[in-house]
Ligand binder design. Structure first.
Ligand code: ADP
Ligand code: MG
Length: 696
């Protein structure tokens, strides 16, 4: 058995491989491309491609693919083999620099939100040299960006890369003001904690809802749910342990730094946390993690559910996006420093995040909006739909002292002045960790907790990076022109605290009183995806993204369309699945059971006319009434689904789903779930929550 350091990253064309296989000159050129986004000339590209191909073939690869992240939210690949026919019916193995750098692909089968109508169906993929190529299932995968022929981005990677450039530009300006001339770049870092469920594959196959939609659309609560909290951090079962071991090894081979594996709050729910990396790498690695999780689960007789809310009444799954800023000199800009000047710099970056989150609450909410996540946010298990920030009591007190020019702390009786006083040390792992906050400061990073488990992290980080870049731009503009830097800095920080402290909330985010309070503070409560998306194209948001060249207005319009389409599609599939299950499985099963009850009544009566038939009769009446309710709602749902076909406008269609289809789905489910509690288990047509959640 090989030791981990020996096989970690063995399937990755990483720095060590590049150094070993390229000439010093080519290696330097490639590094420059990777670090500074310089373009690679064709002759070097040819050399790199040849080296990659030789390495890939030695490691069992036969094909290559441009690996990209279209707006479907999952990754896409089209495999090409390396073979090139030669005279005499032979082949050689070829891979050119051109094939490495750019690929043509038919964009028409991927979501384009109207860009397709005005542009050619052709699209192209372009190598993202900042993310290493790797081998997966015998295929050399080249991480790429995906654009329309006209250059509009059609994927999740391109805007993320652009947002990283934006924040780099503005953060460097701010650092200059603090004398940070040695810093050549600032990158955002992310460690995404990934939650998921594992359920038995055989049981999964017996449920159409899980098969078609990844979540249960029916299902009564089992006698035991997650009440006892026995699962959280509990002992991991051997079968799950074997899966996790396999998963870790697979991920390590691909260079994904999987670090922590544990049980989560709900039965059969687990979490994987990697060590943080540069954001675009973290995004690529999170996509890979989700893919490998699903694949590895199958090998162990499981299905891995990544849906945000697979089970009603049981905690859903999210993704915690731990985010910070790191300089090329290795400084974490959200780490409070040791000296007054370092602290002033920390406070300014902290304030930039506070202002960004307050100014762009709507975009942050939109970045996590999906049909699946709508079932989770605000359901007393995940943060509410209101965006707020947790800073902890100590930091909040420090900000309050700064705001009011008051003394802070028991010892120091001096006034707090930015740039003059050292901040008191506050422990990194504050014990009053708040798990209910959507956006929490955790000592040296922020944890954005609203992301859904199945979503790409790119969306949220694109917004976060761009919003903070915009605030840093405003700060730099103001401070660069100040005659007295220290004074201006102090005033700026004070002003930001006064204007944006409404976004700070250290209490219990699950409490209904908070929603009232948030409303008084004027914070947004965008409950559903359509509510949130209605603000996407607001002028301030278009200005933000166009100013920083993250999206063009046209790209935003196309994305708006795609988000709405996705919402409608997902809900449409769920509704159709419910109709199918109710008509073909639930109602026939209930009828059969009713028939058995009636037959029993007749048989009993034959023995004795006065016999007690209260159970059979009572149950029969109840299930008949409930079947009628199921039937009525199925018919209604079916009609509503048919009527969506005539709605051309995406906004109208989404509203129709939200206001008409979803409430009918809930009514249908309520009646069916009640039936499940009454009908003999012998007749119930699919595995129950108890079977699914407690059977691993
Ligand atoms: P927990 O939140 O479970 O107590 P940690 O705080 O150690 O655990 O880390 C949670 C996640 O945050 C991990 O993925 C970790 O790598 C990541 N993380 C730690 N530091 C940073 C940072 N500076 N930038 C981004 N992510 C970070
Ligand atoms: Mg966690």
């Amino acid at each position: 058995m090989k030791r981990i350091p020996e096989y970690f990253g063995c399937m990755v064309f990483n720095d060590a491989v590049m150094q070993a296989r390229l000439s010093a000159e080519d290696y330097t050129t490639l590094k420059r491309t990777m670090e500074h986004g310089k373009s690679l000339n064709l002759s070097v590209a040819n050399t790199v491609a040849a080296a990659m191909k030789d390495w890939a073939i030695e490691n069992g690869a036969t094909h290559f693919t441009h690996w990209f992240q279209p707006m479907t939210g999952i990754t896409a690949e089209k495999h090409d083999s390396f073979i090139m026919p030669e005279n005499g019916g032979k082949v050689i193995m070829e891979f050119s620099g051109k094939e490495l750098i750019k690929g043509e692909t038919d964009a028409s089968s991927f979501p384009s939100g109207g860009l397709r109508a005005t542009f050619e169906a052709r699209g192209y993929t372009a190598w993202d040299a900042t993310s290493y190529a790797f081998i997966k299932d015998g295929v050399l995968c080249i991480p790429t960006a995906f654009c329309s022929y006209g250059g509009e981005s059609l994927d999740k990677k391109t805007p993320l890369l652009r947002s990283m450039e934006a924040i780099n530009r503005q953060a460097l300006r701010v650092l200059k003001l603090f004398g940070g001339d040695d810093v050549t770049s600032v990158k955002t870092t992310v460690g995404p904690e990934q939650e998921y469920f594992l359920i038995d594959k055989e049981l999964f196959k017996q449920r159409k809802d899980l098969t078609y939609t990844g979540r249960t659309l029916f299902g009564a609560k089992p006698p035991k749910g997650q009440e006892t909290e026995g699962h959280y951090y509990g002992v991991i079962k051997p079968r799950v342990q074997a899966f996790m071991k396999d998963l870790d090894e697979e991920l390590w081979r691909l260079g994904v730094p999987a670090k922590t594996e544990h049980n989560e709050a709900a039965p059969s729910q687990h979490e994987l946390a990697p060590v943080f990396e540069t954001t675009n790498i973290a995004a690529d690695h999170n996509q890979l993690t989700m893919e490998i999780m699903q694949k590895t689960a199958k090998k162990h007789g499981f299905v891995c559910l990544l849906h945000e809310k697979p089970f009603d009444g049981v905690n859903g799954s999210g993704k915690h996006n731990n985010w910070s800023l790191s300089t090329s000199t290795g400084v974490n800009l959200l780490n409070p420093g040791e000296t007054p000047s370092q602290n002033a710099q920390f406070l300014l970056f902290l304030c930039s995040v506070i202002k960004a989150v307050d100014d762009y609450q709507d975009l942050l909410r939109i970045s996590v909006a999906s049909a699946g996540n709508d079932h989770r946010l605000g359901a007393n298990e995940a943060p509410p739909a209101v965006v707020s920030m947790f800073l902890g009591d100590e930091l909040t007190d420090i900000l309050a002292a700064l705001e009011k020019d008051e003394a802070y702390g028991a010892k120091e009786k001096e006034l707090m002045r930015v740039g003059v006083h050292t901040l008191p040390k506050f422990p990194k792992d504050t014990t009053d960790r708040n798990r209910t906050s959507p956006f929490a400061f955790t000592g040296n990073k922020f944890e954005f907790r609203m992301l859904g488990s199945s979503a790409s992290i790119s969306e949220a980080n694109t917004v976060l990076n761009t919003a903070v870049a915009e605030v840093l731009r405003q700060f730099a503009d103001e401070l660069e022109n100040a005659s007295d830097f220290e004074r201006a800095l102090h005033d700026l920080i004070k002003r930001v605290i006064i204007e944006h402290k409404r976004i700070i909330f250290n209490g219990n985010g699950y409490d209904d009183k908070w929603l009232e309070e948030a409303n008084r503070r004027g914070l947004l409560n965008l409950k559903t995806t359509p509510d949130a998306l209605a603000r996407y194209l607001d002028k301030k948001n278009v200005d933000l993204f166009t100013t920083h060249k993250v999206y063009t207005e046209k790209e935003m319009q196309s994305r708006h369309e795609i988000f709405l389409e996705n919402y409608c599609k997902l809900n449409g599939i769920e509704a159709a699945t419910m109709v199918d299950m109710a008509r073909k499985d639930i109602l026939p099963a209930v009828s059969a059971y009713a028939h058995e009850l009636c037959a029993t009544i007749t048989a009993k009566k034959q023995v004795c006319e006065q016999v007690d038939i209260s159970y059979e009769q009572g149950t029969m009446q109840k299930i008949s009434a409930l079947s009628a309710a199921v039937y009525e709602n199925v018919e209604k749902l079916d009609a509503l689904l048919k009527s969506t076909k005539s709605i051309a406008c995406a906004v109208e269609c989404a509203t129709h789903y939200k206001d008409e289809v979803l409430p009918t789905m809930r009514a249908l489910r309520a009646a069916a779930d009640e039936l499940e509690g009454l009908v003999s288990s012998k007749y119930w047509p699919f595995p129950t929550y108890g079977d699914l959640l407690f059977n691993v």
